[in-house]
Design a protein around this ligand. Structure first.
Ligand SMILES: [Fe+2]
Length: 260
């Protein structure tokens, strides 16, 4: 939302600002930052402008994925440097120290649910083939599978997720799948690919296995994640950056001899 406008009883701009301040205080050494969307609630150009201003405070490069609430034209107007694929979808490949990051565009504009059409699948297949033996990490807004929360699963990729899984099955170098959309901390594996998602920076979706026709919202605390990647391991730390509960630092008498 544009600065000072509320969403579900919360101020998204202030909460994002607090998130960025926390990152800047504790994780300035991060190689890069990925935002899995949504970036805005109604694709308001002013909201993109304010987002851009907020993100300019980050010391590391940042990469943005479109969500169902975004619109490509308005997003690219505010962030003209975002790469697009030859067919105009906001998906691109990034080489970084951990391997290849593939940012996918799962948006079906104007719909809450997502899609991943044959055209995008072709790009994915070709890009994966070019990655050879490099480690690959996938980033997308919609999960390509059901997470077990019926109201959210109605707004997923449906049959397109199954088609995506058939493409991914040909590759053994995909190390992790990160996605947004769900506004809840969830981790697991899907057809052998480990995945994780986390709460958003504004409102959340409660753990509700009953609701179907409305997506329930909650004021559970917002979070970001710090991710460590290396050849043999992926570690995802979830951080509730507005938590103010008491911290206790108590000296532990001894650790393992091999760890000092
Ligand atoms: Fe979403």
């Amino acid at each position: 939302m544009p600065k000072n406008e509320m969403l579900h009883g919360l101020n998204p701009y202030d909460r994002l600002k607090a998130c960025i301040n926390d990152i800047n205080q504790h994780h300035r050494d991060a190689e890069l930052c990925v935002i899995t969307g949504d970036l805005t609630h109604t694709a308001d150009p002013d909201a993109y402008f304010d987002l851009r201003k907020c993100l300019s405070e980050l010391p590391m490069p940042f990469y943005l994925l479109a969500g169902n609430h975004d619109r490509r034209k308005e997003m690219l107007a505010a962030f003209p440097d975002i790469p697009i694929d030859p067919d105009g979808f906001i998906q691109f490949e990034l080489s970084c120290s951990a391997g290849r990051f593939l940012m996918l565009d799962t948006v079906e504009e104007g719909k809450g649910w997502g899609s991943y059409c044959e055209t995008r699948l072709r790009w994915l297949r070709e890009t994966l083939a070019k990655a050879n033996d490099h480690r690959v990490y996938l980033f997308m807004h919609h999960p390509p599978f059901d997470v077990g929360i019926p109201s959210v699963d109605r707004l997923g990729l449906g049959a397109d997720g199954r088609k995506m899984s058939e493409v991914l099955a040909d590759f053994t170098n995909i190390r992790h799948l990160f996605f947004g959309h769900v506004h809840r901390p969830i981790a697991g594996s899907w057809r052998g690919i480990p995945y994780s998602t986390l709460r958003g920076t504004n409102h959340q979706v409660p753990l509700d296995f009953e609701a179907i026709e409305v997506v329930p919202k909650s004021h559970e605390p917002p979070a970001y994640a710090v991710v460590f990647l290396d050849d043999g391991q992926t570690t995802v730390h979830f951080h509730d950056y507005l938590d103010t509960s008491r911290l206790i630092y108590e000296k532990v008498s001894e650790g393992r001899p091999d760890r000092g």
